[in-house]
Write a protein that binds this ligand. Structure first.
Ligand SMILES: [Zn+2]
Length: 313
C-alpha cells in the first residue's frame, strides 16, 4: 500500500474514533449501558425503568449509612467506567462531595436526583441554614417525579431502547401511585393525634409532611452529628407526657441511642416499646420484599401503624 493511502486510512480511522467518543448515544452493540448509583434506593428506581437493558450497581449496600460513607478507590474506578451516575444530592452523600466535583469535570453523565425537584417542594434543614433535607424518597409522590428524569436521561444515552424505557416508566409510576394510596389508607387508621413518629435520625420529614405524621429524630438530618443528652431528655419527656406507645430503630443507624432513649422514658415511669426496625437511608437485602423501594415503603408504614395502633384505645 502506498504511503499516502495509509495516511488517509489512519486519518479516517482517527476521525471515526473521535466521533464515537463524542457521541452521547453510547454504542452498545456489545454491552449494556452501565449505571452506577450511590444508594440502593436509587438503584431500584433505575432497575425498574431499565429492566434488563442496563447493568445497575449501587456503591452502598443494604444497611450502609450514606451520610458517613466514603468512596473507595474501587468506587471511583466504577464511576469513571460508568455511562451514567446518579446520586441523591442535597448533601446526603456528605463525604463524597469531592468525588462528585471531580466527576463533574469528566465526561461521565452525572445527575443528582434531588436537583430535579422544585425548591418549594423541599423541606429546609433546621440545623444547616440554607440547606435542604435530603431524605426525599419517603414521599412517594415526590419520588415519582424522579422517574421521568431518569427515563429521559436513559433515552438520551440509549435512544434505541426508548420505547422500553417509556413503557417501563409508565408501569412503574402506576405502581407507585398505588403505593402512595396504600400509605395514605394505612396512615388513616391512626387518629391524627396518634400519628407521632420517633426514630433514630431525621429521615422521615418528607414522609411526615406527606402523610400527616409529626416526626422527631433523635439525631438530626445527618447521622454525622451525635445526639446530645439534652435531646434525649427532651424526647423522653415528650414521649412519657404523650404516652407514645412505640419508637423506632433504623436499619442504617446503630440502635444504642434509641435504646438509651427507651431507658430514659422508663426512668420517667412510662414504658415505650421499640416498635420495630425501619428502613431509612437504604433498602433491605436483595431478594427480599424489602429489597425493593415499594417493599420497603410498605414495610415501614405497616410497622409504624401496627406499633402505634397499640396506643389507640
Ligand atoms: Zn439520613
Amino acid at each position: 500500500m502506498k504511503k499516502w493511502t495509509m495516511l488517509v486510512l489512519v486519518i479516517i480511522i482517527s476521525i471515526s474514533l473521535i466521533g464515537c467518543g463524542n457521541n452521547q448515544n453510547v454504542k452498545r452493540d456489545s454491552r449494556k449501558l452501565n449505571v452506577v448509583t450511590t444508594t440502593t434506593i436509587l438503584a431500584d428506581i433505575v432497575k425498574n425503568i431499565g429492566g434488563d437493558k442496563l447493568e445497575v450497581e449501587a456503591l452502598m449496600g443494604p444497611g450502609i449509612d450514606p451520610h458517613l460513607y466514603k468512596a473507595s478507590a474501587g468506587d471511583v474506578q466504577k464511576m469513571m467506567n460508568a455511562d451514567f451516575i446518579i446520586f441523591n444530592g442535597l448533601h446526603l452523600e456528605g463525604k463524597m462531595s469531592d468525588v462528585f466535583e471531580k466527576l463533574n469535570k469528566s465526561d461521565v453523565k452525572t445527575i443528582a436526583a434531588a436537583d430535579v425537584l422544585d425548591n418549594s417542594k423541599l423541606i429546609e434543614s433546621e440545623e444547616f441554614e440554607g440547606n435542604y433535607d435530603p431524605h426525599i424518597w419517603f414521599d412517594v409522590k415526590l419520588w415519582m417525579e424522579i422517574v421521568d428524569v431518569i427515563k429521559d436521561n436513559l433515552i438520551e444515552l440509549d435512544s434505541e431502547n426508548k420505547d422500553i424505557y417509556i413503557s417501563n416508566s409508565e408501569k412503574y409510576k402506576d405502581e407507585l401511585k398505588k403505593l402512595d394510596e396504600y400509605v395514605i389508607s394505612r396512615a388513616k387508621e391512626l387518629p391524627d393525634d396518634k400519628r407521632i413518629l420517633i426514630t433514630a435520625h431525621d429521615a422521615f420529614s418528607y414522609f411526615g409532611k406527606a402523610y400527616g405524621f409529626q416526626v422527631k429524630g433523635l439525631q438530626g438530618i445527618s447521622t454525622a452529628a451525635e445526639a446530645g443528652t439534652l435531646d434525649v431528655k427532651e424526647l423522653a419527656d415528650f414521649i412519657s407526657e404523650k404516652e407514645i406507645p412505640a419508637i423506632f430503630i433504623e436499619s442504617s443507624v446503630p440502635t444504642k441511642n434509641i435504646e438509651a432513649l427507651q431507658a430514659a422514658v422508663k426512668d420517667r415511669g412510662f414504658n415505650v416499646e421499640i416498635g420495630g426496625e425501619l428502613f431509612s437511608d437504604s433498602l433491605g437485602d436483595p431478594g427480599t420484599e424489602e429489597g425493593t423501594y415499594i417493599g420497603t415503603v410498605k414495610f415501614n408504614i405497616d410497622t409504624i401503624v401496627d406499633a402505634l395502633l397499640k396506643g389507640v384505645n
